[in-house]
Design a binder for this molecule. Structure first.
Ligand SMILES: C[S@@+](CC[C@H](N)C(=O)[O-])C[C@H]1O[C@@H](n2cnc3c(N)ncnc32)[C@H](O)[C@@H]1O
Ligand code: SF4
Length: 415
């Protein structure tokens, strides 16, 4: 099935031309004309490294982290100074464990606010060890409105499998009761050996009791460079597990908001479903109308570039129009819904004209339903997407991150 991402790319872009990422990029990031711009800041520090985690991160050291914040502030200046103040719909801090730098988050938000009017919420990822009243107060004072807590599992057995130390949900609840946020999301990793829908539902029930109004259920992905040694769950069992869990979550009043997230009320937490975004920090991506840029993964190389007053872009892809359409559709569909009017606004072409046959195929397969120009993914479609995402992750993300972990500025990558 390794051919699947190449085949779908060829069919949907109507061309055998691959995604070609080349070293470097323009001196400046021309984001002025972007309509729905999000912001992302990557903080790559953790107290302890988890074997299963593929993200760009390193062990926390105070001095290195302080120097990193200075470089981040400089990168924001290099990107935005001299440009008119721009509206940004959201700001997310990801990592690593960005709440380790809770004392500095206000300063970073302040620097961004000099150049961007942030109209939506501000989100940040927390490790369970960060869920303490004083940390939450610092974050709230900095303007944070959304939390995403990497619980992974409340069950001791699964914490052991993942190599995560146990923690006390009562202490977490106490802190979250004392300092309130619009969205409290909790991440869980599923498809672990022996895991049942009952185990996952138990996790969600505890999450709700602790104060979550949003949950993310991520299937464990075994990246080629992480070597976690955890056996994969067969697809059939995974499908049943997800189907049963999704049905039980719906009966508890959770709406499916993306392929992997479920929410109560208006709770929302998603940094990937933006049409365009600017990313700051190591490994951060900037997605614009015509290009995709990814920063170097190397802290030393990042520091050196910033010191020279240059952007730390490692690779840039200049999209063809069809490639951009595929990228747009992939990430919009991740949000469960594709609106014809949004596609037409972005590309100036009706969705049915660009992808009429594919939409009919998806409808015939029972993957989507359509009403008044809104194409909504069914649970069946969500699972097909979920299976496809696995191939996409191995063929594209794993390959790119693997290279960028080894080389600060590779010459090119062809995907
Ligand atoms: C960048 S991590 C940050 C979370 C925070 N540092 C923590 O560990 O609590 C974001 C989320 O990615 C998910 N994740 C990490 N590695 C994964 C993997 N190999 N497969 C699936 N999900 C993974 C976890 O659920 C994690 O909470
Ligand atoms: S899962 Fe979280 S704490 Fe663990 S290494 Fe990844 S970012 Fe760090």
């Amino acid at each position: 099935m390794d051919f699947l991402p190449d085949l779908t790319r060829t069919v949907l872009t109507r061309s055998p031309r691959p995604f070609l990422f080349l070293r470097g990029g323009e001196r400046r990031l021309a984001y002025e004309d972007e309509e729905n711009l999000g912001l992302y800041v990557h903080i790559p520090f953790c107290r302890k490294i988890c074997a299963f985690c593929p993200y760009c991160k390193t062990l926390y050291q105070r001095e290195e982290a302080e120097a990193y914040v200075r470089d981040l502030l400089r990168e924001i200046e290099l990107t935005a100074s001299g440009k008119p103040k721009k509206r940004a719909t959201s700001l997310y801090f990801g990592g690593g464990s960005p709440a380790l730098l809770a004392e500095r988050v206000g300063e970073i938000v302040g620097k961004l606010r000099e150049h961007f009017e942030i109209t939506g919420g501000i989100g940040i990822e927390l490790h369970p060890d960060d869920v303490k009243e004083e940390t939450l107060r610092l974050l709230k004072d900095a303007g944070v409105t959304r939390l995403s807590i990497g619980v992974q599992s409340f069950g001791k057995k699964f914490q052991r499998i993942l190599g995560r130390p146990p923690f006390d949900p009562r202490a977490m609840k106490k802190a979250l009761d004392a300092v309130k946020f619009e969205t409290v999301s909790m991440d869980f990793i599923f498809a672990l050996p022996g895991q049942t829908a009952h185990d996952l539902l138990r996790d969600v029930r505890i999450a709700e009791w602790v104060g979550a109004n949003h949950v993310a259920l991520y299937p464990l992905i075994d990246f080629s460079f992480t070597g976690n040694g955890i056996p994969a769950m067969p697809n059939g069992r995974k499908r049943r597990l997800l189907r049963e869990t999704a049905a039980r979550l719906a009966s508890r009043g959770f709406r499916r908001t993306t392929i992997w997230t479920f929410a109560k009320g208006d709770a929302a937490y998603s940094s990937m479903t933006r049409e365009s975004f600017l990313g700051f920090g190591v490994s951060a991506v900037s997605l614009l109308r015509k290009s995709f840029r990814i920063n170097t993964f190397s802290l030393a190389a990042y520091r050196e570039r910033i010191k020279r007053g240059a952007l730390p872009t490692a690779l840039t892809l200049r999209f063809t129009e069809r490639q951009r359409m595929v990228y747009w559709l992939f990430w919009t569909a991740y949000g469960m819904e594709v609106r014809e009017k949004d596609f037409e606004r972005f590309f100036g072409v009706p969705l049915r004209k660009a992808y009429g046959k594919e939409l009919l195929f998806a409808k015939a397969m029972g993957y989507v339903t359509e009403k008044d120009g809104v194409w909504r993914m069914t649970d069946r479609g969500a699972f097909a997407y979920h299976l496809y995402e696995k191939h996409y992750t191995y063929a594209y993300i794993d390959k790119m991150w693997n290279l960028l972990r080894r080389e600060a500025y590779p010459e090119k990558i062809v995907l």
